[in-house]
Ligand binder design. Structure first.
Ligand SMILES: NC(=O)C1=CN([C@@H]2O[C@H](COP(=O)(O)OP(=O)(O)OC[C@H]3O[C@@H](n4cnc5c(N)ncnc54)[C@H](OP(=O)(O)O)[C@@H]3O)[C@@H](O)[C@H]2O)[C@@H](O)CC1
Ligand SMILES: [K+]
Length: 500
């Protein structure tokens, strides 16, 4: 079976392992495949590595390391296996791999505080079996791997990362590349794990469909390729009214730019009409920058002015630069009563957290960053980050709607839908205003007919992928949210010939 975009929990992977071992009638077969796949990864990425250090732990991840070491030895490489002191000898399947390596003439040594010189370090310390923060010798060995200077290939999981949740409870290996086995692990695609994983690839170890009996994926992983199928086609005879009308509400005194970025992104992602309700002082600068937007200056966010705009629009994007002042609060009952699909961001979420909004309809999209998510759930930001997938799911259940939990490895969750993790984006996007662009992007897709969950997933992916393209033009530092505009347009038209 080929890669299928699924992400799995540790429990699911254990079940998968057991099913496959039962079918193969041999506990050792998968580990042998893992070792061979790892050796092929070395040949693909570092074909000239002559001296290879393999740091092996006491469990089956260490078994994978010994299998790899055996192949490297057979191909004439200079191999050193380095193990942890004071751990009991490997048992079961791993013991068999240790035996094979030793019988092939392989050398092993106990870690004494230093690692031998090498062109490549392989991290086979801990995989999905990590169950506490590494301490003592394990922590020192990880430190030595990280300061070694050679590239690091992590087998299955960078040691020290919790592959189920993506948290890093202590020190963890800083991998150049991680080779995952069987199926992708949910925890390697979101949160702190992204600091440790490096690039990543998967070897499925030739699993078969029957191995998945009773195994449910916990999430789907969306990469930029998904954009080719996610965006709606346009009819040749369509007109602007068929591409949706977005009403953007926000931009209180001192925050006028936020709502401009929402409007600009909505236009660049193809909304037919974009209207902005903001403070009167912000109308002229907005129109000077973006004459395509329709801007309405409101000293009162309610009454006839807002009622007309609300009646005409297909989607309301509210929150960026909104503040929590009386001006902002005034909008809430009007917007709620209008019954339009909503995208709530920034201060609209803060108002939701303090129950200023009534219950939001199920087709609402919330786009919190971890701090806003923490306020909505009444917990701390580290609580949210400890298990981002679970936090997004919990928030979606709590409010009965779609949630886009922003941050490294954005997670989209909705009741009754399998969550999606966005495998795109970069640290250059951690800058004020980037979330406003996301709000406009999602609102435009919603206005063009995607349902709430599809608009949220596609919008988050489009936004992250645009950030990845924009960063290639000048690096992560100094990337501005408006730099995404040309790329949003470009990626929102996947059928348009790529100029590169
Ligand atoms: N089974 C199969 O068919 C296949 C398995 N595969 C491979 O096996 C991996 C899973 O193997 P696994 O279950 O043996 O767990 P693993 O990650 O080696 O770690 C457990 C060991 O580490 C120890 N330990 C844990 N935390 C620690 C800490 N903080 N500090 C210190 N020690 C710590 C723990 O010791 P304990 O504390 O329990 O005494 C135990 O000895 C998987 O990721 C993949 O690479 C593939 O080959 C495919 C086929
Ligand atoms: K590892």
């Amino acid at each position: 079976m080929h890669e299928d975009g699924t992400l799995h929990s540790i429990d699911g992977l254990r079940r998968l392992e057991a099913n496959a071992a039962r079918r193969l009638g041999d506990d050792r077969a998968l580990m042998r495949r893992a070792g061979l796949a790892a050796w092929h990864a070395v040949l693909a990425h570092w074909p000239d590595a002559r001296r290879i250090v393999v740091a092996c732990g006491p469990g089956n991840n260490g078994g994978d390391g010994h299998e790899l070491a055996m192949h490297a030895l057979a191909c004439g490489r200079d191999v050193s296996v380095v193990g942890l002191p004071a751990t009991s000898p490997a048992g079961g399947t791993a013991a068999e791999a240790v035996r094979r390596y030793t019988e092939a003439g392989g050398r092993s040594q106990v870690f004494d505080g230093r690692l031998p010189h090498a062109d490549l370090v392989v991290d086979a310390l801990f995989g999905i079996g990590l169950h506490r923060a590494p301490e003592g010798d394990a922590a020192r060995l990880i430190e030595a791997i990280n300061s070694h200077g050679a590239p690091v290939l992590a087998l299955d999981v960078p040691s020290g990362v919790d592959a189920g949740t993506g948290t890093v409870p202590g020190i963890a290996v800083q991998a150049s590349h991680t080779l995952e086995f069987m199926r992708r692990k949910a925890g390697l695609w979101t949160g702190a794990a992204l600091n440790h994983r490096g690039t990543a690839s998967l070897d499925t170890l030739e699993l078969e469909t029957t191995d998945f009996d009773g195994v449910e994926a916990v999430a789907m992983r969306w990469t930029v390729d998904a954009l080719a199928h996610a965006l709606p086609a346009r009819r040749r005879d369509s007109h602007k009214g068929q591409h949706g009308r977005v009403l953007c509400i926000g931009g209180d005194h001192g925050h006028g730019g936020a709502i401009v970025m929402v409007a600009e992104a909505a236009l660049r992602v193809g909304a037919g009409l974009v209207e902005v309700a903001t403070r009167p002082a912000h109308v002229a600068p907005l129109l000077a920058r973006r004459p395509e937007a329709m801007a309405r200056g409101c000293d009162v966010l309610g009454g006839v002015t807002l009622e007309g705009s609300l009646a005409a629009c297909d989607v309301v994007a509210i929150g960026p630069g909104l503040s929590q002042s009386e001006w902002a609060r005034e909008a809430v009952p009007w917007v709620s009563r209008a019954g339009k699909p909503l995208v709530l961001d920034a201060d609209a979420l803060n108002l939701l957290a303090e129950s200023a909004w009534p219950v939001v309809p199920s087709d609402t999209i919330l786009t919190p960053h971890p701090g806003e998510a923490a306020r909505l759930l009444g917990v701390t930001t580290p609580d949210i980050q400890r298990d981002r997938l679970a936090s997004a799911r919990q928030l979606a259940e709590r409010h009965g709607c779609t949630v886009v939990l922003k941050g490294a490895g954005t997670v989209v969750a909705s009741p009754g839908r399998r969550p999606v993790v966005i495998a795109a984006g970069n640290p250059g996007m951690a800058v004020g205003g980037m979330g406003d662009v996301l709000t406009g992007t999602i609102a435009a897709l919603r206005a063009q007919g995607l349902d709430a969950f599809e608009a949220a997933c596609t919008g988050a992916l489009l936004h992250a992928a645009a950030g990845d393209r924009a960063v290639l033009e000048g690096g992560a530092r100094g990337l501005l949210p408006t730099d995404l505009s040309p790329w949003l347009r470009r990626l929102a038209n996947p059928d348009f010939p790529d100029p590169r």
